[in-house]
Write a protein that binds this ligand. Structure first.
Ligand code: PBG
Length: 332
């Protein structure tokens, strides 16, 4: 870029020196339209449970879901993401509960669609809430078997679509699952069900509190490095995205958020598709704790979300969605 102008005729501080002028020249702004709220589900009745290390985030039993969905409706949050907590007795090596049409997620989709039809619902496609070993796929000879896993995932996607899920979000990082899922959905005439591919999901150290929230933390054997991406790589991210777009993905997810701003920007520049980012549980916990202990200011939340917008995110999955929606009402 050629720099135009020179000091003292040009003074960049002139367009920063009052609040009103800063608002006029702001290049990126956060709105409620950018926010997706993750919601954790739990079996049983009359339950709103706390989650370790995620202050303010809860698990809801089906009869209590309305309490949080009413807030989403009030703030006009466009979409929620559902995650089930599964106890050990409903888990097995094949994650069979994933294919139960009456499982917790399917029941939640049903109830939300009945009562809040204008809110979009996205659901993870992956087996980790249901497997006894905590992996996203099934194990064969001690390896996650790609091709057997994606067959199950396409069935899981169909079951979610039948229950009324709007956005199928494969988060498992198997190869070829987007194509297979698209084919399955089309075959059953779910042509308008959208696919949000977690095309770029890193084997990250920031997922801890989430694994606790869905009950897979203590049972996970080993790590997920044979399927989730190596955080040293970024060209590989573009290859992942290119393949998933070809296979039929409507949107692309990058996950985690803040440590991967460069990846979001690269994808945006190269593919011009809607890119979503996921500010994950570990990011949430760090910010929450930092703010609580007065190490950083509460505005750090907005700063982190606007950074994701600036990098090129169209929307952001964040546990701060409701909190920030409230703040955006009195935007300065
Ligand atoms: C699993 C899944 C994970 C998250 C969303 N879906 C964790 C993992 O891959 O182990 C993490 C979300 C978060 O940390 O907030 N398919």
């Amino acid at each position: 870029m050629k720099i135009l102008g020179n000091y003292p005729t040009t003074r960049l501080r002139r367009v920063r020196n009052t609040n009103w002028v800063r608002r006029l020249v702001s290049e990126n702004n956060l709105s409620v339209n950018d926010l997706i709220l993750p919601i954790f589900l739990t079996e049983g009745k009359n339950k709103i449970e706390n989650i370790k290390n995620m202050p303010g985030v809860k698990r809801y039993s089906l009869d209590k879901l309305n309490t949080i969905l009413r807030k989403c409706k009030h703030y006009k949050i466009p979409m929620v993401a559902l995650f089930p907590y599964t106890k050990k007795n409903k888990r097995d090596p094949l994650g069979k509960e994933a294919l139960n049409e009456n499982n917790l997620v399917c029941k939640a989709i049903n109830s939300i669609k009945k009562n809040f039809k204008d809110i979009g619902i996205m659901c993870d496609i992956a087996l980790d809430p249901y497997t006894s070993h905590g992996h996203d796929g099934i194990l064969k000879n001690n390896e996650i078997d790609n091709d057997e896993t994606i067959k199950i995932l396409s069935k899981q996607a169909l079951i979610h679509a039948k229950a009324g899920c709007d956005v199928i979000a494969p988060s498992d990082m198997m190869d070829g699952r987007i194509g297979l899922i698209r084919k399955k959905l089309d075959q059953f005439n779910f042509k308008n069900v959208k696919i949000l591919s977690y095309a770029v999901k890193y084997a990250s150290n920031f997922y801890g509190p989430f694994r606790e929230a869905v009950g897979s933390k203590n049972i996970l054997k080993g790590d997920k490095k044979t399927y989730q991406m190596d955080y040293r790589n970024s060209d590989e991210a573009l290859r992942e995205v290119g393949l998933d777009i070809k296979e039929g993905a409507d949107f692309i997810m990058v996950k985690p958020g803040l440590p991967y701003l460069d990846i979001i920007r690269k994808i945006k520049d190269n593919f011009k598709v809607p890119v979503f980012s996921y500010q994950v549980s570990g990011e949430y916990s760090l910010l929450k704790n930092g703010i609580k202990q007065k190490i950083i200011s509460g505005d750090a939340v907005k700063e982190s979300l606007v950074s994701l917008k600036r990098a090129g995110s169209s929307a952001i999955v964040t546990y701060f969605a409701l909190e920030i929606a409230e703040k955006l009402k009195n935007l300065k």
